[in-house]
Design a protein around this ligand. Structure first.
Ligand SMILES: [Cu+2]
Length: 186
């Protein structure tokens, strides 16, 4: 009896895991909002973004709310409805990449902690230009943002010690440039 019950629940697991579909309306009512703004989802759930206007659902990171995460998802109005699968219960951070929308607070999260520093409210605050709760100012962190420093082609950092520069490395581009410099020196 107990054995068969356990077996049953085991068999049911893969099916149960995929069952919850969370609907999110992007730009509901013509406003710069996701509705709802933050949801709790289980592993195996799906999230369906339906776009009510020209917006995106672009994955980002907590510390850089308005920059795309490398290898993150990006749904747009033209791909509506756009569905993502939730693979685990780690937070997922999302913003609208239409210029001006993220800084107006158009952000969304899945499984954001409800306490501590990395809440949805804190995420939104950073998106709107506030300071991260425990942030150290100048770090560009996580290599997630491909935006800045793409125009570093003709650098004039040559005369300054390249070993020192290597330790500063703020972006993939800069690291590559330093690497090339080192290669030249060798
Ligand atoms: Cu938008």
């Amino acid at each position: 009896m107990m054995f068969s019950a356990a077996l049953l629940s085991l068999l049911a697991l893969p099916f149960a895991a995929a069952q919850t579909s969370h609907a999110v309306t992007v730009g509901a009512g013509g406003k710069l909002v996701y509705d709802p703004t933050n949801i709790t989802a289980a592993a195996g759930d799906s999230i369906v973004f339906t776009f009510a206007g020209t917006h995106t659902a672009t994955e980002s990171t907590f510390s850089n709310p308005c920059s795309p995460m490398s290898n993150g998802f990006a749904g747009t109005s033209s791909s509506s409805p756009f569905t993502i699968q939730v693979n685990d219960t780690n937070p997922i951070w999302v913003y609208c990449a239409v210029p001006g929308h993220c800084s107006a607070g158009m952000v969304f999260s899945v499984n954001a902690p409800t306490t501590g520093t990395n809440t949805y409210a804190a995420f939104k605050q950073i998106a709107m230009g506030g300071s991260p709760p425990s942030g150290s100012g100048s770090s560009t962190s996580s290599g997630a943002s491909p935006s800045a420093s793409s125009s570093s082609g003709s650098s004039s950092t040559g005369p300054y010690g390249s070993s020192g520069a290597g330790k500063v490395a703020v972006s993939a581009g800069a690291s590559l440039a330093v690497g090339a410099l080192v290669a030249l020196v060798l």
